[in-house]
Design a protein around this ligand. Structure first.
Ligand SMILES: [Zn+2]
Length: 118
């Protein structure tokens, strides 16, 4: 079974939690070997998860996991993947603080532009 990058990143958290079937795990491992982009994504994902002792997702039952795998092969939306990824990132205090500062910076820039127009 061949996996594309979207599939791999969609289920990175399940792979990390070791809640995938051996067949799927094998497919991910072989994709990661050949894809630098996904290796980097997974490396970052691992780093974020290591900072959070609590699992990012509830422990899923076997039925739920196979349901997710079924959906995976038919494609999980990009939006869902992003939301889940950023939820995890959001729980990391260090990265969270960084994005708050970035947001404030962007708001200040926006306000300055806004005033110069008036
Ligand atoms: Zn890839």
């Amino acid at each position: 079974m061949n996996m594309n990058c979207k599939m791999v990143t969609d289920i990175a958290e399940l792979y990390y939690d070791n809640s995938l079937s051996p067949e799927t795990k094998k497919a991910i491992r072989s994709h990661l070997r050949g894809c630098q982009k996904c290796r980097e994504y997974y490396r970052q994902y691992q780093a974020v998860r290591k900072q959070n002792t609590r699992p990012a997702v509830q422990i899923l039952s076997e039925e739920e996991t196979s349901e997710i795998e079924k959906k995976l092969w038919t494609g999980i939306s990009e939006k869902m993947r992003r939301r889940r990824f950023w939820n995890i990132v959001g729980t990391s205090a260090a990265i969270g603080a960084g994005s708050v500062m970035l947001t404030i910076g962007l708001l200040l820039t926006y306000n300055q532009k806004d005033h110069s127009v008036e």
